[in-house]
Design a binder for this molecule. Structure first.
Ligand code: ATP
Ligand code: MG
Length: 572
């Protein structure tokens, strides 16, 4: 079963529980009428469509209420982070259409202040240095049903703790030998509250602070204090942090923090036929199951961009799925519907033949070329018309011909008449085969000059209209067709003896090297997009297309599964 967030409620469009909370806060005069949010990525991977939900929510709330939204890198784990990710994340947020203005922050900029807060906790008796190993700490923690046990180091004096913490900072102890822990309650029903670790020793080079630090603050300590230092009012995060909220509040209540932001959790985006965990996306890249983070099969923002998704389509998708507190899985068909809907009104229609079959029109004058008028976009009259060239030899799609057709096949077959889009009716008179292999290599046809433009003056009808390109004028291109990256609706679902990797779709990429395009596409730039009639929406690849060597990606087919399910008018 798939459902779509808050879509099922009948609240006003764009309304959701977080918006209601903020409205109520403003009405009550909370935070002096201010709304300040932040998007806090960890620079340890590229952003994906799930992050887009969070970006649209955080920046969206700031825009809706005249507030501000910061971009803050949560960069407290030096071993997994990299400037490559920092740069890519900024590019993606901007591409989505959001502006953090001068409000760019790094948690690492707060390291000195965070250290000060830790010292404050030690001085008030609320934190201690523990010498237990990571394994021992785990053992002492207890379980969901049993309380934990106090560490033998829990009752060190404040002086000893201050001395040891200072020496941890000075690099006197090896990695993993000591940590700083909050002194809360080892019997707390919420395991997260059983003296959580606040600092650990990690002698690693940080991508921004270099070797200035060898102790690094943990997420739960860093996040709430960074929010507070930035004057965040509403700290929006995903549901898995619900159990961390008491710790978020505890830290802020036990130091002299500038303000106490409110943490509010929402359901993360899950998509059918997709994995959205950074850890798994990294594995796909490292295993070379895809060509990189920006492989057009990836659910990353750079992958979707390269595939031909527009920021408008993604923002629209995020609006549609809404924001709810209940976990749900969104049908990937809705994402595909969103890009179709956007491109439908914007993409010029072109003709391209992906698997060409030559057609020789026997009664067409040798050497003659004529121009026929084609509509650029039936959804947009302002897009006007263009000329397409017609000549004696053309290409049609291999799949549009069958020598021995079944009853319901209405396209071309021996003796059948069909329409060539914007051109003429043609009738197949003969099939040319390779004498050795027996493969069909060309068709011989006749055309009816009286049907110029696509209609017969005598009113006779045909049951199919085919796209085509003039052989002598066609431009060659490589075209890449994509399918969903996973064959299973929920690749993360546990299955005996199989892992999510076993459901990678081996045919998610099909490369067609011998495609024939309308000549006006000869010089289009990387990123150019259009519809190839009957085949889908396509764009010029931004990485592999070179002058004189066109490479197109199929963004999405025309078949709209979502519109069908919802009984909406299918998009043509
Ligand atoms: P992943 O689980 O994919 O590794 P993450 O949560 O570790 O992601 P962060 O860089 O910490 O990645 O995420 C930045 C923000 O984006 C966080 O506030 C996080 O809650 C949010 N976010 C991440 N994944 C999703 C998702 N699938 N849907 C909505 N928000 C998400
Ligand atoms: Mg995270």
């Amino acid at each position: 079963m798939t459902e779509t967030g808050s879509m099922s409620t009948n609240a006003a469009p764009g309304a959701h529980f977080i918006k209601s909370i903020i409205e109520a806060d403003l009405a009550a005069g909370k935070n002096s009428g201010k709304v300040a949010t932040r998007f806090p990525p960890e620079p340890n991977g590229y952003l994906h469509i799930g992050h887009a939900k969070s970006i649209c929510l955080n920046f969206g709330m700031a825009l809706d209420f005249g507030g501000t939204c910061n971009l803050r890198f949560d960069d407290t784990n030096p071993t997994k982070e990299d400037v490559e990710y920092v740069d890519a994340i900024m590019e993606d947020v901007q591409w989505l259409g959001f502006d953090w203005d001068h409000r760019l922050h790094y948690a690492s900029d707060y390291f000195e202040k965070l250290y000060g807060f830790a010292v404050e906790l030690i001085k008030s008796g609320n934190a201690y240095v523990d010498d237990l190993s990571a394994d021992e700490i785990r053992k002492y923690r207890g379980t969901l049903t049993e309380p934990g046990t106090d560490s033998p180091w829990r009752n060190r004096t404040i002086e000893e703790n201050l001395d040891l913490f200072g020496r941890m900072r000075n690099g006197e102890f090896p990695d993993g030998t000591r940590v700083l822990r909050a002194k809360i309650n080892m019997a707390h029903p919420n395991i997260i509250m059983r003296d959580p670790t606040l600092y650990r020793i990690r002698k690693a080079i940080h991508h921004r602070t270099g070797n200035a630090w060898c102790i690094y603050p943990m997420y739960d300590f860093t996040h709430c204090l960074s929010d507070s230092l930035e004057g965040i009012t509403h700290s929006l995060c995903t549901l898995e942090f619900e159990n961390n909220r008491p710790l978020y509040d505890w830290v802020l209540d036990h130091v002299d923090a500038p303000c106490h932001p409110q943490q509010i959790e929402f359901a993360r985006l899950n998509l059918t036929y997709t994995v959205l965990s950074k850890r798994k996306l990294i594995q796909l890249v490292e295993d070379r199951a895809v060509s990189g983070w920006d492989d057009p099969r990836m659910p990353t923002l750079c992958g979707l961009r390269r595939r031909g998704y527009t920021p408008e389509a993604i923002r629209n998708f995020c609006d549609r799925i809404g924001v709810a507190r209940r976990d749900s899985v969104v049908d990937v068909a809705l994402l595909e519907h969103s890009i179709r809907e956007d491109l439908n009104v914007r993409a010029p229609r072109m003709m391209a033949v992906l698997k060409p079959l030559k057609v020789i029109i026997e009664n067409y004058p040798e050497g003659q070329v004529e121009e026929l008028e084609a509509v650029n976009n039936p959804e947009d009259p302002a897009a006007g018309t263009r000329k397409v060239l017609f000549s004696k030899e053309i290409y049609i799609e291999k799949d549009d011909f069958m020598e021995n057709p079944p009853k319901k096949f209405f396209r071309l077959s021996p003796g059948k008449e069909v329409r060539l889009r914007y051109a003429f009716f043609i009738t197949c008179t003969d099939v040319v085969k390779d004498p050795v292999t027996g493969d069909i290599i060309a068709l011989r046809c006749t055309y009816d000059p009286a049907t110029r433009g696509g209609d017969a003056p005598d009113g006779r009808k045909v049951k199919a209209t085919l796209h085509w390109v003039s052989a002598a004028h066609a431009v060659d291109a490589e075209v890449r067709l994509y399918d969903r990256l996973f064959t299973k609706e929920n690749p993360d679902e546990k299955e005996e003896g199989r892992t999510w990797k076993d459901f990678i779709n081996p045919t998610a990429l099909e490369i067609l090297k011998d495609c024939k395009l309308e000549p006006c596409l000869a010089d289009v730039d990387p990123g150019y997009f259009c519809q190839f009639e009957r085949l889908g929406y396509f764009c010029v690849d931004t990485k592999d297309a070179k002058p004189g060597a066109l490479v197109f990606n199929r963004t999405v087919t025309l078949k709209d599964a979502w519109a069908r399910v919802k009984g909406e008018k299918p998009i043509s």
